[in-house]
Design a binder for this molecule. Sequence first.
Ligand SMILES: Nc1ncnc2c1ncn2[C@@H]1O[C@H](COP(=O)(O)OP(=O)(O)OP(=O)(O)O)[C@@H](O)[C@H]1O
Ligand SMILES: [Mg+2]
Length: 477
Amino acid sequence: MVLGGRYELVEKLGQGGMGTVHRGVDQRLRRTVAVKLLSSALAHDPQSRARFRREAHAAAALNHPAVATIHDVGEESHPDGPWPYLVMEYVQGATLAEALRDGPLPVADAVNVACAVLDALQHSHECGIVHRDIKPSNIMLTGSDTVKVLDFGIAKAFTETATRITGSGAAIGTPAYLSPEQINGTEIDHRADLYAMGCLLHELLTGTPPFRGESSFAIMHQHLFAAPEPVSRLRPQVPVAVEAVILRALGKDPEERFADAGEMRAALADVLIQTSMPTVQATTPGSPVTRSGGRTALRDTFRVSLRPSTDSALALLGCLLSLLCARGRLVDTAHFGWVAMAAGVLGLVALPWSTRLSCVVGWGPVAEAVAVNSELRRAYVGWAYSYLAVAVLLAVAAVCCLVSAARSKKRAAGSLVAFWFSATASIWYFLDDLHKLSVFYLLLSLVAMATVSWESVELVRRQALDGRAARTPHPPA
Ligand SMILES: Nc1ncnc2c1ncn2[C@@H]1O[C@H](COP(=O)(O)OP(=O)(O)OP(=O)(O)O)[C@@H](O)[C@H]1O
Ligand SMILES: [Mg+2]
């Protein structure tokens, strides 16, 4: 589909409350862009379309490295009515919502990300634009570890629409990050964004926003009346000064908060430049640990996550199938059962620490058992060119899947499963003799060791970052 005779939609990137985002190509300038197509419910109302255009024009004036630039806004005519769309800078990377699926960020990373978002907000507030929808899915971390804030101005266009339609003045948005004044429908200013920043920083450090509940109503009630739980209770490593910044940003009355984004950023930067940062660590070396403090420290040290996700479910399935293969004697050699059993158990034990490792050891024996029982073996089909080509292509696919799993944590589990099935099918074609299973064992050990090294390097890097937050004499970038 081509919008405005110029923007070709290539792939759907995601769906939000206001529409669908696609990766597209600007055929005139020959560059990749992101295109947000408004949902038909919002597109039907001429006034919201006009407001959308107006806010997009205002947001297009923003020019800051941490703001995703707006390139164009338009409408595509369609028999069902016009389709408004927004063309913006395509940002390569993952949203903070995706990053948080692996658990809270190291303290230094969280503070630096917050500083970068505050830089973007300071710029937009100076231009008179309040974001109104600061939340993890509207912030992206790019490959070069820089931050891009998305969707400036969009929430404003539709908050006003909601106000007109419902007559209540209540904001639309994600309840977890709404300021009390947005909930009350009273006048808001840039300090609503600072409140959302308090919620965001709380979530980056603890994995959950400060107020949670069964329903939107329950969450909004807490924004209005409940005191947030101090982050240090959930994660003792967080310095007192960071906790103080969060509590101030979460003031119910805008007057209690920081005066502007620059002031909040300076407070966070101060935390990073203190050489002997006071912390509220529950545990000091050698002292007895409290039960929950000890567990949290252990989780932080080894980056253990018990959060369910699609990837961890896939890894769990692989480990259980591996145990089944061990019992089912799907491969008729004495040692395969033991290897599959050991792999399944190791995968289960490793699962809270590394989904990748768990997938590697869990799915290897499963894929090997499938390959051994498949028809793709030279003994059956001979050196026929077509089969040879398939086996070679499978080997190439296996290498690509492995590279993809190493490069992106986002889809690593799926890539590793695909790696094992293609690799074992290819190997089995060339070495279709059960005595040569040692080639598979060797590959399993090598990939597992590479994964352990990879995860360990990442662990050390993150711990170093955490340590730097407590000691660094440098202000954040
Ligand atoms: N400029 C962009 N570049 C690359 N990916 C983007 C861009 N904008 C959005 N995305 C992707 O599209 C997904 C959906 O974005 P969208 O803004 O529609 O949803 P949302 O942020 O979850 O909700 P909301 O509609 O409340 O903003 C995002 O999570 C992100 O992965
Ligand atoms: Mg968004």
